[in-house]
Write a protein that binds this ligand. Structure first.
Ligand SMILES: [Zn+2]
Length: 348
């Protein structure tokens, strides 16, 4: 939370160097995304040795559940996510099965070990168990393997899942009696809308964590203020100057799309990072506020979202889950079946 407060302060003060410095510090201790591993120019040596110190430098990462517990205790964290081995974004049923199996042993072992350490060393901290799975059958396998651990909720990367699949996982979690869910990965309008609605009506806590704002800034992409759609701001892109910027953030006030496009890369990156961060937070907050009912959320979606497909999917999914709002977890099997049917239709 400390970083969030500092980020917000830096954004409020228009302090782009501080935003970048905080980001560098934040990511130097961040987990490595499964997708990023193959992109490293010279792959790091990765070890999980609890007898050696915690390390994260250009050559080596050494991280074990003991380190996770030590750092969380030192920071006074209230919520702890168990160490995990993220699954990569791969396509095809067999490849996904293979990738799931390759990481399963690590994920089961670390979930169990982190839970045991947490229980003895910091029993008051909440524990979230990462769900590194592509489908519900794999999730069942993982949960059977970790057995009767004590935990408070799940964390789940959503980059591998389409909105209806995220919903399917969330409904299964609700059926299992889970109250706390942390979703991480791509920040995208439909996923946000679903998370907001489910957070408001089905769970006690749904939190989100994404670096999309920074990654898009690096790629010179400007996120739309209302639906997070992406506009390319590279030097060679044609921009119609008659299109006005519609954003009330602190940075867009005196800019045009052309003036943003023509900035030097570093200035453009600072500008886009600050704007993208602000709009990400704003869009998420608005979706949560509008989620009082399915109808109020969909009216908002209809007003702000420019993507027909996203709108159509949300128009079908939100009323479906809303119908089951307040149902006993045991009755949600029917909803799960309806979502599976939806998934089979989409796949065709
Ligand atoms: Zn802006």
């Amino acid at each position: 939370m400390g970083y969030l407060v500092d980020f917000e302060k830096a954004i409020e003060n228009h302090d782009a160097p501080a935003i970048l410095r905080l980001w560098e510090e934040y990511t130097s201790s961040d987990e490595i995304d499964g997708e990023d591993l193959p992109k490293l120019k010279r792959p790091k040596i990765i070890r999980f040795d609890s007898n050696q110190p915690l390390k994260n430098n250009p050559k080596i990462i050494n991280l074990a559940p003991e380190h996770v517990i030590e750092v969380a205790t030192e920071l006074g964290a209230k919520i702890l996510v168990a160490q995990d081995y993220p699954i990569c974004k791969v396509k095809g049923q067999y490849k996904r099965h293979e990738e799931f199996m390759r990481k399963l042993g690590y994920n089961v072992f670390w979930a169990r070990q982190t839970a045991q350490l947490k229980k003895s060393r910091c029993p008051n901290m909440k524990l979230l168990i990462p769900i590194q799975c592509y489908d519900l059958a794999q999730m069942d396998t993982f949960l059977r393997a970790i057995g009767d651990l004590e935990y408070d909720g799940f964390s789940m990367p959503v980059r591998n899942h389409r909105p209806h699949e995220i919903l399917l996982f969330l409904v299964r979690m609700k059926r299992l009696g889970i109250k706390m869910v942390h979703l991480l990965g791509t920040l995208e309008f439909s996923r946000l809308a679903i998370s907001a609605f489910m957070g408001r009506h089905f769970f006690k806590w749904v939190s989100l964590d994404s670096t999309t704002w920074r990654i898009e800034a690096e790629k010179q992409k400007y996120l739309n203020r209302f639906d997070l759609s992406v506009r390319d701001m590279k030097q060679d892109v044609f921009i119609d100057d008659s299109v006005q910027i519609e954003c009330e953030c602190n940075w867009c006030g005196y800019e045009t799309y052309t003036s943003i496009k023509n900035k030097l890369y570093t200035d453009k990156y600072c500008f886009l990072a600050a704007h993208n961060f602000w709009v990400s937070s704003k869009v998420a907050t608005e979706l949560y506020e509008k989620s009082i009912t399915g109808n109020s959320l969909l009216t908002h979606v209809d007003n702000v979202c420019s993507n027909r497909k996203k709108k159509d999917d949300l128009m079908r999914l939100i009323p479906l889950v809303e119908y089951y709002q307040g149902s006993d977890p045991d009755d949600l099997l029917e909803l799960e079946e309806e979502l599976l049917w939806f998934k089979s239709k989409i796949a065709k």
